[in-house]
Design a binder for this molecule. Sequence first.
Ligand code: F6R
Length: 605
Amino acid sequence: MCGIIGITGRKFVTDRLIDGLKRLEYRGYDSSGIAVLTDGSLQRERAEGKIKNLEAKLNAANIDGQSGIAHTRWATHGVPNETNAHPHFSGRVGVVHNGIIENFLELRKELSKTREFRTETDTEVVAHLVDAALEQGDNPKDAFRKSLKQLTGAYAFGVIIDGVEDQIFCARAGSPLAIGIGEGEMYIGSDAMALTQLTNNLIYLEEGDWAILTPDSYEIFDRQDKPVTREATIISGGPAMAEKGNYRHFMLKEIYEQPETVGRTLANYIDEFRLTANIPPELDFSEFDRIVIIACGTACYAAMVAKYWFEQLGGVAVDVDIASEFRYRKPVISKNSLFIAVSQSGETADTLAALRYAKEHGTKTAALVNVMTSTMAREADIALPINAGPEIGVASTKAFTSQLTALASLALSAAVTRRALSRDAEIRLARALIETPRLIKESLLLDGQIERLAFELSSSKQAFYLGRGSQVPIAYEGALKLKEISYIHAEGYAAGELKHGPIALIEDGTPVIVLAPYDNLFEKTISNLQEVASRGAKIILITDETGAKSAGDLASYVITMPDSDSFVAPIIMTLAVQLLAYHTAVHLGTDVDQPRNLAKSVTVE
Ligand code: F6R
């Protein structure tokens, strides 16, 4: 989280820094700022809130230069006001930072003896450290290098120094950072997205690397300060930034893209002619006796659905854990396990740390990611793309259904490799997957009905989502979508679990959204539905055509999704909960694409 970008060259940089920041806004939007070197001296402008506020200030201030750094913030240390906005200055030094300096309190205590701190941030210590070293007579390179040695925690930095007109200093440990190579210009950026309009020639810094850029050169050093060469990567996908088109929000556009995005995922993982899963040969499921899937948030709910698939189809044991717990638990993970990290961004700090833990323990690792230039894709033994295309809405939608589709294909492959599935069953399941884009398209026709229902939901203070089996994670996902964009308190539960406590919260009119496709658990879910209905809950039943006929008039509202094979029903049911959350948020007038307190890429622990 937080996005950084920097340019050093011979042309003015402000407009291009702002353009890059807009591409990074998904990483945080609490405040933003820019610093440039104008005739060798530091100047900056900062603003609370979205980048458009910074732009407005820049229009009035008109600052520019040929080297500069910029930042969009997701606040960790210090409230999101202008004072705490980056770049932070101390004396001659300006710093932008993504990450958390864990020993900042200690450093701040020491530095405060001689220096005045102006912000509540952890980052300000870095500006002071470098400036103090300069004051003591170090040259800029040594001042930067020595300062890095004093820091613990996670960081990606961009630093410019008053009087050092054409250099940017940068470093990476724990947070991603790429160097962009231009003609007569060099760049830094948190990710490829920030730099695509400037160059397609990138170098991804490795852990502990630091570098000095000038308009015509770059020098990279490793953690031990030895000069190193890092391979350059030519990235594809020109400068175009994802556009909303005629859609009101990116989230709606991304929901509507799902027939195509799921189709693209399938094209990669299912052989439509042979009706079999098409998996990279280095992923041989007969080698593993256990699969460990680690992720955060929505990606973790995709992993939870996958557990049902792998276990039920292939009889292979699966552990699913949220990355922030897994990494600190000292989990027992054997060499015969396959570790799969699931992550849209491929940069989530906890998931990345979990992946590294698995690698250190000699476990084969795979990363199922949307961003193939991400750190996870580069570090895992096997990178598995989901091909959903850039996801801009902070609330994940199309990445989730593509994660599900890829995981379903992997589960199918595992079941076949382990001889747990007949050829007939394999054909049926492959066909079911191939049908999903069409079923998603049909599901989108329910948009108008769901929008009307959302109007009712928008006056509620709380909501519950219930499901059984592979619908439980979809209940969690429905609740997460609703709370993160509409700010209505919502919880997802396994339908059988509610009576063990949470049912006490049900009162007259409490909305309960029940996910019940017509499968072997349908009757049981309907019994749970009746338990809450008889306590006054207002039931919204999301089922399929067969389920709708069987349920009679037990629910206040029924959303009838198309009939599907129960294997792919979690993918189809997702459409209803996405649209319900989206329209509820729109009715409430929230910032759907950039909901409060959130960021798309969570690169801090
Ligand atoms: C919710 C959402 C988040 C992410 C989570 C993991 O809509 O988007 O819960 O799923 O932050 O992010 P990735 O998948 O990038 O690791």
